[in-house]
Write a protein that binds this ligand. Structure first.
Ligand SMILES: NC(=O)C1=CN([C@@H]2O[C@H](COP(=O)(O)OP(=O)(O)OC[C@H]3O[C@@H](n4cnc5c(N)ncnc54)[C@H](OP(=O)(O)O)[C@@H]3O)[C@@H](O)[C@H]2O)C=CC1
Ligand SMILES: O=C(O)[C@H](O)CS(=O)(=O)O
Length: 482
C-alpha cells in the first residue's frame, strides 16, 4: 500500500452508476521503476460498463436540469479537493506511471486547471437569436448537452487526460463514463473519490477499469452513448472511429504526434536548448506533443548539438520519488524496445550516438536520455513517434527545405521553432501543417488554449472556450404565428 495521508484515495473499487463495486477478477498495477505490484483494481467487463452507461442515462435529466451556476459550483469544489490532495495524487501517479514527483505534482495542477476552467465556462454557453425571414416568426438557437459521454484515456497523463474530458462534459450538463488505461487506473479512481466528495451526483461520473476490448467495445457500441472522446494512439483512434460509426456517435480524437522542432540560424541557442529539453524529455519523452524530430540549421548545428549534449548529460535518471530526478522509467519494456529499434535503425543508416543510446544501468525500463546526430528522413525515427527520451538531430539549409521536411508526415499535432526574424516567424508559423505551433517555446500545453491536431493526429479541440463545443449540440427553434 502506498504511504498516503489519505488512504481512502485508493478505493480498490470502481465507481459504477453511483456504487463502488469490486471485481472477482483483478488488474494488478505495477510500479514501472521497481516492477513491484502496488495495488489491484477490478477487471470489469461489458455488463458493468452497461450498468455505468445506463446509470449515466438515468442521471442525465437531473444533472442537465441543474442551473449552470450549480454545476459550476460542484466543479469548483472538485477543483478545490484535487488541489488539496495534490501531494497524495502526485505520489499515486508517480507510483503507477513513473514520472518524477515534481512532474506529477505539475500534472495534478494542470489536470485541476481544466476543472477550474470549465467550472467557469459552464456559465458561458450562449446561443443566438436570428432575424426571421417571415414577420410572424422568431428564430432562436440554443446549445444543449449532447448526453451520455464516454472517455477512453492513456497512461502517459493519467489525470489531465481525464479532467480535459470530464471537465467540459460535466460543465455542459452531460454525464460521463471513463475507461482509464489499465497501467494507470489508480489516479482515475482517486479523482472519482474526490468528484463524489465534491457533490457530483450518483451516476453522473463513472470510472470503469477493465480490458480495453470488453469495456471499450461496450462504450463504442452502446446507443445510449452519444459522444466518445479518446486520447491515445492513432491506430486505436482509427478503430474507435470505425466502430462508433455504427451508432453515429460524435467523436473527439487526440491521437499520435511527430512534432518537428526547428532551430534556425537566427535562434537564441540557449533558449532553443532549454526548449528542446522541456519539449523532448518531459515525461521521459512519453508525450504526444514531444519534439520527435529536431531540425537544426547547418550554421548552428555543431554549437546547438554541443550545448544540447551538455544539458542532457545533467539530466538525472532515477525513481520518480528520488530528489532531483528528471528522467523516470518508461512505462514498460515494450516502450524501451521501440526506442532501441529507432536507435538501431538510425545508426545502421549512418546516424551517430552523441550521448546515451542504451538501457540505463538502473535496469527495469530506465533508458539513458539520448541524442543522435546525422539523422536523415529515410530513418524510422523521422516517420514514427518514438515516445521515449531520444532526440534525433537533422541538418537543413533553407526555410523551404525544412518546412517541407517538417510537413512530410501524416501527423499534425504539435510543432516548434526558434527564430527571431519577424517575417520568418510569420511565414513558418503559417506554413507548418499542425494544430499547434510553439514559437521560441517548447511548452505549449495549458487549459486556456485549444489543444488538438490536424491530419491523422485527431479531431476536435480540448481546453479553451472551444472545448465545450465537443459536448454540446445545437438546436434551432422557429416560433411562428406571432
Ligand atoms: N494526442 C494526444 O493528446 C495524445 C496521444 N497519445 C498517443 O497514445 C499513444 C500512447 O498511449 P497508449 O496508452 O499506449 O495508447 P493506446 O492507444 O494503446 O491506449 C490508449 C487507451 O485506449 C485503450 N484501448 C486500447 N485499445 C483499445 C480498443 N481496441 N478499444 C478501446 N480502447 C482501447 C487503452 O486501454 P488499455 O490500457 O486497457 O489497453 C487505453 O485506455 C502514443 O501514440 C501517443 O502519441 C497519448 C496521449 C495524448
Ligand atoms: O498526453 C499527452 O501527451 C498530453 O496531451 C500532453 S500535454 O497535454 O501535457 O502537453
Amino acid at each position: 500500500m502506498l504511504p498516503l495521508k489519505d488512504p481512502s484515495l485508493l478505493p480498490g473499487q470502481c465507481l459504477v452508476a453511483g456504487q463502488w463495486v469490486s471485481g472477482t477478477a483483478l488488474i494488478e498495477v505495477t510500479n514501472p521503476a521497481t516492477g513491484a505490484v502496488i495495488a489491484s483494481v477490478p477487471r470489469l467487463g461489458a455488463a458493468e460498463t452497461r450498468q455505468a452507461i445506463e446509470g449515466a442515462h438515468r442521471a442525465w435529466p437531473a444533472w442537465r436540469a441543474r442551473t449552470a451556476k450549480e454545476r459550476s459550483a460542484v466543479l469548483a469544489q472538485w477543483y478545490t479537493l484535487i488541489m488539496a490532495n495534490q501531494d497524495n495524487l502526485a505520489l499515486i501517479m508517480t507510483s503507477e506511471q513513473g514520472k518524477p514527483l515534481a512532474e506529477a505534482r505539475g500534472e495534478i495542477a494542470y489536470a485541476a486547471s481544466f476543472i477550474q476552467w470549465f467550472s467557469e465556462e459552464a456559465k458561458r454557453v450562449y446561443g443566438d437569436t436570428i432575424p426571421a425571414p417571415v414577420a410572424s416568426q422568431r428564430i432562436v438557437v440554443t446549445k444543449e448537452p449532447i448526453g451520455v459521454c464516454a472517455a477512453i484515456t492513456p497512461w502517459n497523463f493519467p489525470a489531465a487526460m481525464i479532467t480535459r474530458k470530464a471537465g467540459p462534459a460535466l460543465a455542459a450538463g452531460c454525464t460521463m463514463v471513463v475507461k482509464p488505461a489499465s497501467q494507470t487506473p489508480l489516479t482515475a479512481l482517486a479523482l472519482a473519490v474526490l468528484a463524489e466528495r465534491a457533490g457530483v451526483p450518483a451516476g453522473v461520473l463513472s470510472v470503469v477499469t477493465g480490458s480495453a476490448r470488453d469495456v471499450g467495445d461496450e462504450l463504442a457500441d452502446n446507443p445510449l452513448v452519444r459522444k466518445l472522446s479518446f486520447t491515445g494512439s492513432t491506430e486505436v483512434g482509427r478503430q474507435l472511429m470505425a466502430r462508433t460509426a455504427a451508432t453515429v456517435k460524435k467523436v473527439s480524437m487526440e491521437l499520435g504526434g511527430n512534432a518537428p522542432f526547428i532551430v534556425f540560424d537566427d535562434a537564441d541557442l540557449d533558449a532553443a536548448v532549454e526548449g528542446a529539453i522541456v519539449s523532448k524529455y518531459r515525461n521521459a519523452g512519453q508525450t504526444c506533443v514531444c519534439a520527435n524530430r529536431l531540425y537544426v540549421h547547418s550554421k548552428v548545428y555543431d554549437a546547438f548539438a554541443a550545448k544540447l549534449a551538455s544539458a542532457v548529460a545533467q539530466l538525472k535518471v532515477g525513481t520518480g520519488v528520488d530528489a532531483d530526478v528528471r528522467i523516470g522509467p518508461l512505462i514498460d519494456d515494450k516502450a524501451v524496445q521501440k526506442v532501441e529499434q529507432h536507435i538501431e535503425d538510425a545508426v545502421s543508416k549512418g546516424a551517430k550516438v552523441l550521448t546515451g543510446g542504451r538501457r540505463h544501468a538502473l535496469g527495469q525500463s530506465f533508458f539513458e536520455p539520448t541524442i543522435l546526430s546525422g539523422v536523415t528522413q529515410d530513418m524510422l525515427v523521422a516517420r514514427e513517434e518514438t515516445f521515449g527520451p531520444l532526440a534525433p538531430l537533422f541538418r537543413f539549409d533553407t526555410e523551404d527545405e525544412v518546412v517541407a521536411m517538417a510537413n512530410d508526415t501524416e501527423f499534425g499535432l504539435a510543432s516548434y521553432f526558434y527564430a527571431r526574424d519577424l517575417g520568418r516567424v510569420w511565414r513558418v508559423a503559417e506554413r507548418l501543417e499542425y494544430g499547434m505551433v510553439g514559437v521560441n517555446t517548447g511548452l505549449i500545453s495549458n487549459e486556456v488554449a485549444p489543444f488538438g491536431g490536424v491530419k491523422q493526429s485527431g479531431i476536435g479541440r480540448e481546453g479553451s472556450h472551444l472545448g465545450m463545443d465537443d459536448y454540446l449540440v445545437i438546436k434551432y427553434i422557429n416560433m411562428a404565428g406571432i
